[in-house]
Design a protein around this ligand. Structure first.
Ligand code: NAG
Ligand code: NAG
Ligand code: NAG
Ligand code: NAG
Ligand code: NAG
Ligand code: NAG
Ligand code: NAG
Ligand code: NAG
Length: 478
């Protein structure tokens, strides 16, 4: 904790060195300076051009669309080599806004970019349905202390406490089913992306989406999504390298941090110092897993009242290799079973999406210094041809205690696979795991509700090889 804060402070001060820009001069409280640009590799520019959306006719009244005014400001600024597009306080109703290379979109404190909720506000292809989209861009930044909001509640066709029913914009057939809604902010094929000090709220679908990008820094970002709406993920990182997520606060219905590999591998993801609450997984690799995931590091996370904690959900041929989870505190609980998950604090499920597809393996995964309070145990499930191999648990304390009245007694293999399977509860369930090390693992059972589960471990010996237990404790308390 201590050394991490130091790193952040040092980083912040490097970012803030430099001469005043004209934006900072007019807003002395804005933490903005051209020194930060060096982190974005935009060279030696000392004073950046500042373009104000108000000079291009944006009204910010939240009623009249400001799409073309904001877009003209960005285009004007981009044509002159880039600069800062300043969005002053006000509410700017817009359709899709396209960011360009070398542009900082500065949404001021008190300013909201409010995404439209009509299909006509977005381009034709559903893959470009975002309120803010940067595509094939370099050195792009979103910051300023303001809000980008998606009016997600307008996409609810029926409010239900267990899970809302959402609209589907599938009229063109470009996307089908209920996952056919706009995302909030997207970076596709980008390099040097910086998202910081901004509030991203009420997405209709996924919130912040990073696709096929390299060198992405996301910090001091607060994400809020409706707790009852499906698919409002926090941050989805797809097929991207060198992503850093720090100091974020994510409170949302669906998966909070969700790396995927649909179009290419994902290397070097670091997530530190984040607070997460979700009705789904706090961290979930997959299920889109066509390519490899490598070198992922999660540290100093606080996960509160989530349906799952640290998850890997492999359904395709990509492999997962070298993942560390360290210094994490979490509480997990049951929610309505229409949401995937059964309060598993640590969860790995590898199985093939369809009978004729392959599924990858999971190797070298470490869980170190983890404190858990949970309604269910750890779930590690591989397949005969897809072992989980090289797992380490070190200094893991897990208190099992019931806190809701949802029934237990199941394993959740969804999506696909065996679905929901009736199965007794245990501290640690394993199938097809090889080379597993546990050191200083303490399982504590609390209250009469959990006493009848019985076993700290549950596995078929023929599917588990090379298990090492050092200093394992299993205790029952009242
Ligand atoms: C962005 O800025 C850099 C550094 O000034 C410059 O080399 C590059 O051409 C700019 N990119 C665009 C698309 O303007
Ligand atoms: C839209 O999705 C619904 C629900 O999945 C389906 O019944 C309907 O046929 C779809 N319409 C189109 C045009 O794809
Ligand atoms: C990420 O790195 C891998 C391995 O070098 C490479 O194959 C892939 O194209 C890179 N992806 C991006 C988006 O840079
Ligand atoms: C991952 O990070 C390492 C260490 O910083 C670096 O050497 C490597 O090139 C990175 N991989 C990719 C694909 O960028
Ligand atoms: C594992 O990943 C970490 C970053 O999370 C990296 O520092 C380390 O070098 C990687 N180890 C191997 C063997 O690739
Ligand atoms: C686990 O509990 C032990 C004994 O109470 C304590 O010394 C240790 O610091 C705890 N570790 C974690 C990661 O919570
Ligand atoms: C785990 O906690 C111990 C004791 O607090 C500490 O010495 C060690 O560095 C931690 N491990 C990691 C990987 O952070
Ligand atoms: C979006 C967000 O979390 N912004 C915060 C960034 O950090 C400053 C200083 O700690 C806070 O005041 C902001 O609320």
């Amino acid at each position: 904790m201590e050394s991490f804060s130091t790193i952040v402070v040092v980083l912040a001060s490097i970012l803030l060195i430099g001469a005043e820009s004209s934006l900072a001069a007019s807003h002395p409280n804005l933490e903005y300076g051209p020194g930060r640009l060096q982190a974005l590799n935009v060279g030696e520019i000392q004073d950046r051009l500042v373009c104000r959306v108000s000079d291009f006719g944006a009204r910010g009244d939240g009623i009249v669309y400001d799409t073309s005014a904001v877009q003209s400001t960005i285009d004007y600024c981009a044509e002159r080599g880039g600069g800062v597009v300043h969005v002053p306080p006000g509410t700017y109703l817009t359709g899709t806004i396209y960011l360009k290379s070398n542009i900082t979109l500065w949404v001021d404190e008190g300013a909201t970019i409010l995404g439209g909720s009509n299909q006509a506000d977005f381009p034709a292809q559903s893959s470009r349905w975002y309120t803010i989209l940067a595509e094939d861009a370099e050195n792009v930044e979103l910051t300023g202390g303001g809000i980008v909001a998606g009016q997600g509640l307008k996409f609810v066709v029926e409010f239900k406490e267990e899970k809302n029913i959402m609209v589907s914009w599938n009229v063109t057939g470009d996307c089908v089913g209920d996952e056919c809604r706009p995302r909030l902010v997207g970076f596709i094929n980008c390099k040097n992306v910086h998202v910081w000090n901004v509030f991203l709220e009420e997405p209709a679908y996924w919130c912040l989406h990073i696709v096929n990008s390299d060198i992405v820094s996301i910090h001091n970002v607060s994400i809020y999504g409706d707790f009852n709406s499906p698919n409002n993920d926090g941050i989805d990182i797809e097929s991207s390298n060198n992503t850093m997520i720090e100091n974020c606060h994510i409170d949302t219905g669906d998966d909070a941090i969700c790396p995927k590999t649909e179009d290419g591998p994902l290397y070097n993801l670091t997530v530190t110092n984040c607070w997460i609450r979700t009705k789904s997984s706090a961290v979930k690799l997959g299920s889109g897993s066509q390519y490899d995931f490598r070198n992922l590091h999660f540290e100093h996370l606080t996960i509160v009242d989530s349906h799952r904690g640290l998850g890997i959900q492999l359904r395709d041929k990509g492999n997962v290799n070298n993942v560390t989870y360290a210094n994490i505190k979490m509480s997990t609980r049951y929610y309505h079973p229409s949401w995937w998950g059964l309060a598993e604090p640590i969860y790995i499920s590898a199985c093939n999406r369809t009978p004729d597809t392959a599924v990858g393996s999971v190797t070298y995964v470490r869980y170190i210094n983890i404190t858990i309070i949970s309604e269910n145990g750890i779930f590690l499930s591989g397949l005969e041809k897809s072992f989980l191999k090289g797992m380490e648990f070190k200094n893991v304390n897990m208190t099992l205690v019931r806190s809701t009245s949802f029934p237990g007694g199941y394993h959740d293999y969804r999506p696909g696979c065996q679905g929901m399977v009736a199965h007794r509860m245990s501290g640690l369930f394993m199938e097809y795991v090889e080379d597993i090390w546990m050191q200083k693992v303490r399982v504590q059972w609390k209250g009469a509700d959990v006493l009848d589960w019985g076993l700290p471990f549950d596995f078929t010996p023929s599917t588990v090889h090379d298990m090492h237990l050092v200093d394992f404790e299993n205790t029952y308390v009242d």
